[in-house]
Design a protein around this ligand. Structure first.
Ligand SMILES: Cc1cc2nc3c(=O)[nH]c(=O)nc-3n(C[C@H](O)[C@H](O)[C@H](O)COP(=O)(O)OP(=O)(O)OC[C@H]3O[C@@H](n4cnc5c(N)ncnc54)[C@H](O)[C@@H]3O)c2cc1C
Length: 387
């Protein structure tokens, strides 16, 4: 029997590599150290009732690599967030929505007190600009930090602080928006092209669906690769196997010093603190380190996230500082009111090495599902060329 093509890791990139190999008539032996498929996309059913993703994570169907999967939205039963966000300001909450998708909020969006009319026109201008460019061209443009880019583009301090900063801090997993503006522009284009989604039963449905499409490959769980030397793979227990080729690009390099960090607190509640599938942003003027940054009510997006009919809430704090559940609850109470007292903590996900930050880079290997899928597919194509 021919030696296998070994893929280290069954996260998105490993699975994308395996699918690419199978499309070319090959198969793979996937080695995964954890006891589940999906890497950073993990969903756990807790108390037979709540589906908790590990950290708050969403899919952007506009990502070119996800777009390639034709049946994705129906097979995964994708549920959409509303387009825009709720801004929880000092003066109460406001909705900033895409007026084409949510016309009832158009007036509030255009004239709401969270930015100038110029800001809103600049948002439209920027959306048109990024749409006129290819996604990869946006990534390769050298433009400094996102913060600097937004300032230079003419956005007011108010809209940067109340909207852009909490919204993109939740994606970059760093509070200062130091991430390269090319990645910001890329994401801004994606957000303009599709709504943010989650699979009805949790984000891990994506890697599980990919794994199900593999017909000839094997996935070996709970097996760690200790080292790879040429085509020789050594496992943690000392066993070795000779491979026809080895794909290791699936586990991103861990040698960069700056990592995105987040702590997500999962709560159940008898009632949701607000209605609608909105991402809620902490847009208050005082947001010291350790503040709540964003909150989502997953059960408002998909009922399958909370099977008993109550609410499932995920509140996230961006950064490396340790924040207690009591602190987050106090902050939430100041924003959403007294009903927060009835919230029950289900789990706390402290993820201090979420991914290497995308700083001073201009390549397509972004710390995203898109980046992982593209990296895996490219690794497989390289192997296929060499076989
Ligand atoms: C909290 C959080 C929120 C995120 N939110 C988003 C989001 O909303 N949108 C978005 O696009 N991206 C998001 N991301 C980023 C996205 O999840 C990752 O970029 C992507 O999942 C990385 O996939 P990967 O396959 O490259 O790596 P991983 O998912 O890390 O997979 C690598 C796999 O390799 C295995 N492995 C590693 N070493 C070995 C070894 N020696 N032997 C065997 N197995 C090994 C690991 O166990 C793992 O399963 C988020 C990430 C985090 C952490």
């Amino acid at each position: 029997m021919a030696a296998p093509i070994v893929i280290v890791g069954a996260g998105l990139s490993g699975l994308a590599a395996a699918l690419e190999l199978e499309a070319a008539g090959e198969s793979a032996l996937m080695i995964e150290s954890q006891d589940f498929i999906g890497g950073k996309l993990e969903t756990t059913l807790v108390e037979d009732a709540y589906r908790l993703d590990r950290g708050f994570q969403v899919l952007l169907p506009a990502y070119p690599e996800l777009h390639r999967f034709e049946a994705l939205s129906t097979d995964l039963d994708l549920r959409m967030f509303n387009s825009g966000a709720r801004l929880e300001t000092d003066a109460g909450s406001l909705v900033m929505a895409n007026p084409l998708e949510h016309p009832t909020h158009a007036f509030e969006t255009a004239f709401g007190s969270f930015g100038t009319l110029k800001d809103k026109l600049l948002i439209l201008k920027l959306q048109l600009q990024v749409r006129s460019q290819e996604p990869d061209a946006l990534l390769s443009s050298a433009s400094g930090s996102t913060r600097r880019f937004l300032e230079n583009y003419g956005f007011s301090e108010t809209i940067i602080e109340k909207f852009f900063r909490p919204f993109f801090a939740g994606i970059f997993l760093e509070r200062e928006l130091e991430t390269e503006a090319g990645f910001f522009k890329y994401l801004f284009r994606m957000f303009g092209s599709s709504r943010v989604a989650v699979p009805a039963k949790g984000v891990q449905e994506l890697p599980l669906w990919m794994a199900n499409r593999l017909k000839r490959s094997e996935i070996r769980l709970s097996t760690r690769v200790r080292s790879v030397s040429g085509n020789s793979v050594e496992f943690e227990d000392g066993r070795k196997t000779e491979a026809r080729a080895v794909i290791t690009e699936t586990a991103p390099p861990n040698d960069r010093s700056a990592f995105g960090a987040v702590t997500s607190f999962w709560f159940s509640a008898p009632e949701p603190p607000f209605e609608g599938a909105w991402l809620s942003l902490n847009s208050r003027s005082q947001r010291p380190v350790g503040s709540l940054n964003h909150l989502a009510i997953l059960s408002n997006v998909s009922r399958d996230y909370a099977l008993k009919g109550d609410a499932l809430i995920c509140a996230s704090v961006v950064g490396h500082e340790v924040t207690s559940p009591a602190n987050v609850r106090d902050q939430a109470e100041a924003i959403y009111g007294g009903s927060v007292k009835s919230w029950r903590l289900l789990r706390e996900d402290r993820i201090f090495k979420a991914f290497p930050l995308y700083l001073q880079r201009h390549d397509s290997d972004t710390p995203s599902q898109q980046g992982a899928l593209a990296r895996g597919r490219a690794a497989a194509r390289n192997v296929l060329k060499r076989l």
